[in-house]
Design a protein. Structure first.
Length: 313
């Protein structure tokens, strides 16, 4: 740190001048006419990423720049007025609420070890592939299974895009990619702590899949379904052991679901009274505490309006 401070002081003493073309572009882009032309372009680019109704601050910042320009005192006055207006809006209040809800969600995980190191996802469609990518991003070893390699390849490509966007550095991206690998033959079922089924919504197909996978499951492995429409007791019928069979509320992977959750929050929507144990229901005692310990893992799958209830028999 001391060396960095010395280097910073040296740079400040030198007062390095910016190149003429850089100064010229800076001056030209900050003229009144340039601000009127550039501000709408900046608003369109910002609107492509966030909605003004949900995140008004970036748009307010552009407006302050458009009106204030190079006059520092005018910009400061406009900024103060803009901040006061924004802070009084329901959107700002709800964004603050979302922040504290996220902190509460993190605290629920505690220091409990979930015991899950390897996740095997069966079904490399949009849902299954994105869940597998998210698990790998979060540090789990993940194997992704489907009928053919050509079905798995698009999921791996989407995962690579996610890793590059979230992890930034080549080393971290490469490490995440190494944690996610294709397994079209399903050989990694026997090594998985959690086997998550994410195939199409067909009861017979899902039962056939469970029947084929169950003999290869480890004794303490969890088997889970991503179904959103088929009753869990119908899926579990015929399984030798239903104690470790669950249905997490993985309706959307978190990096997509989060936007929906925040939208609900900015609209003032609140959870129903039934979700007293937000965001997760009390774990089943029949799960030998694996369900409670796994809540850190399943924190990636919280629903924005209702909590999921693991079912064990």
């Amino acid at each position: 740190p001391s060396a960095l401070l010395d280097a910073a002081r040296h740079v400040l003493r030198q007062h390095p001048a910016r190149a003429f073309d850089v100064r010229l572009r800076g001056w030209a882009s900050n003229t009144w006419i340039a601000r009127q032309i550039l501000a709408p372009i900046m608003r369109r680019q910002t609107a492509a990423k966030v909605r003004k109704a949900h995140y008004p601050a970036p748009f307010a910042l552009i407006e302050v720049w458009r009106r204030g320009g190079g006059n520092l005192q005018r910009r400061l006055r406009l900024e103060a007025d803009s901040v006061v207006r924004l802070a009084a809006t329901p959107t700002a209040h709800n964004l603050v609420r979302v922040y504290f809800l996220q902190e509460r969600l993190k605290a629920l995980a505690g220091d409990a070890a979930h015991g899950i190191a390897h996740v095997h996802v069966i079904g490399a469609g949009v849902m299954g592939g994105d869940i597998a990518a998210w698990c790998a991003y979060r540090g789990f070893s993940v194997s992704l299974q489907d009928r053919e390699m050509k079905i798995i390849e698009p999921a791996l490509a989407r995962a690579k895009t996610l890793f590059a966007k979230r992890l930034k550095t080549p080393e971290r991206v490469a490490a995440a990619q190494a944690r996610l690998h294709a397994d079209p033959d399903g050989t990694q079922v026997a090594a998985a702590d959690l086997v998550l089924e994410a195939i199409y919504e067909n009861l017979d197909a899902k039962r056939a899949l469970y029947a084929a996978a169950q003999p290869n499951l480890r004794a303490n492995a969890l088997l889970a379904s991503n179904t959103s429409s088929i009753p869990l007791n119908e899926l579990a019928r015929g399984l030798e052991c239903t104690r470790a069979f669950h249905r997490p509320a993985l309706f959307q992977p978190r990096w997509r679901r989060c936007r929906w959750s925040r939208w609900c929050a900015t609209r003032g929507w609140r959870r129903t009274p039934s979700s007293a144990h937000w965001p997760f229901a009390a774990p089943s005692t029949n799960c030998r505490c694996r369900c409670a310990a796994a809540r850190d893992f399943w924190s990636t799958a919280s629903s924005c309006r209702t909590c999921w209830k693991p079912s064990a028999r």
